[in-house]
Design a protein. Structure first.
Lengths: 178, 192
């Protein structure tokens, strides 16, 4: 039973969409953070996009590294990124995917208030009533944010398509009971 | 928010955790622990006051030829209104597959009768915005089992192409006919 699973902030995108969702001034008195994200990008063209996860307004390419395991249709792949200056999470539903369908993503950040490097895990799903490669995806990502305590997280569409109405992001804090 | 629950610690006396009561964001809704085999698990009359749902389980079925999977249906809908995808690792390779216009969502990695006795699969499924009437519902599940020689880890998703709020979840064995005794399914609500 997670007595200390507490909501810290929640955003629901309204009519007209938005370019990003920001969690600012994240309190430092929890042990771990969890973000549950249900999103769709606003592209008017036929794109699935990635979810961009930027921390502390830090765009230094040396600050972010990640390993990816990816599946789409009947294909699988593993890759790494070392120079993005952000985390990139495979998959954000877009116009090319089934209507009314939003990605389902969880981002877990243990020891986020530590001054040590932060390990991050992500599992993400882009559903779509299609077996076409790259129009659906499942991804497991392990990331490393190699700088200071996390006080801000900004989510956006990697190619700046924005988030569609009804996209939601909820930030939870988990506190260890000592 | 008013205080809804207090905790006790039987060894050291009563412990009133006001902060926990005020931040009680993940709550158990229902649990089924099977005393005997059963064909169907149903969570009905799911309350609509949460932001997200989470199902946690350990499960085994009577499928004899290989490990099993679970079928997930919402609100009694067994029409061709689902799609699913999975990504699995079985020890030496990764595999992905999908199905469209299916009659159920899928959750892999359930041990079957081909696995050693007492080996169960385990999984956690998140259904975000389950009561949002503008969204189709997507379940994301991380699961797996290990049988000391075979096993798999899986990430999977299931889409229910309906905007209705989820009020009922039905779970049935994929290729087997019965879910084994001592399987347990727990439904949680996560507040927003």
């Amino acid at each position: 039973m997670a007595f200390t699973y507490s909501k810290l902030a929640e955003t629901t995108v309204g009519s007209g969409g938005t370019t990003s969702i920001a969690f600012n001034n994240i309190p430092q008195n929890y042990t771990d953070l969890v973000i549950k994200f249900s999103g769709r990008n606003s592209s008017g063209t036929l794109y699935v996009d990635d979810l961009k996860v930027a921390i502390n307004s830090n765009a230094n390419t040396a600050s972010y590294t990640q390993r990816n395991l990816y599946g789409s249709a009947s294909t699988t792949a593993s890759s790494s990124n070392t120079n993005l200056g952000t985390f990139a999470v495979f998959g954000l539903n877009g116009t090319s995917t089934t209507a009314n369908t939003f990605s389902n993503t969880e981002i877990y950040i243990p020891n986020y208030a530590s001054s040590n490097a932060k390990s991050i895990s992500v599992d993400a799903a882009v559903e779509n009533n299609s077996g076409t490669i790259n129009l659906s995806s499942l991804a497991l990502i392990a990331g490393l944010f190699n700088v200071t305590a996390i006080s801000q997280i900004v989510l956006s569409s990697y190619n700046n398509y924005g988030f569609a109405q009804y996209s939601t992001a909820t930030l939870y804090g988990i506190r260890v009971e000592l | 928010m008013s205080i809804t629950r207090l905790t006790t610690n039987g060894l050291t006396g009563t412990k009133y955790d006001i902060a926990s009561a005020d931040n009680y964001y993940m709550e158990p809704i229902a649990t089924t622990l099977l005393a005997s085999t059963t064909a169907t698990i149903t969570f009905s009359n799911i309350p609509q006051g949460y932001k997200h749902l989470q199902i946690r389980w350990i499960a085994r079925s009577d499928r004899t030829v290989s490990p099993d999977y679970l079928k997930l249906n919402f609100n009694g809908d067994t029409g061709a209104n689902y799609s699913w995808h999975y990504l699995i690792g079985a020890g030496s390779s990764a595999l992905a597959s999908s199905s469209v216009s299916a009659s159920f969502a899928i959750n892999r990695a359930v041990a079957g009768a081909a696995q050693a006795a007492s080996v169960f699969g385990t999984g956690i499924a998140d259904i975000l915005d389950y009561s949002n009437v503008y969204k189709y519902k997507t379940a994301r599940t991380l699961g797996g089992y290990d049988n000391n020689g075979d096993g798999e880890i899986s990430l999977q998703s299931g889409l229910w192409m309906n905007t209705a709020a989820v009020t009922t979840i039905t779970i049935t064995p994929g290729a087997g006919t019965l879910i084994s005794a001592n399987s347990r399914f727990s439904l949680y609500g996560i507040r927003g």
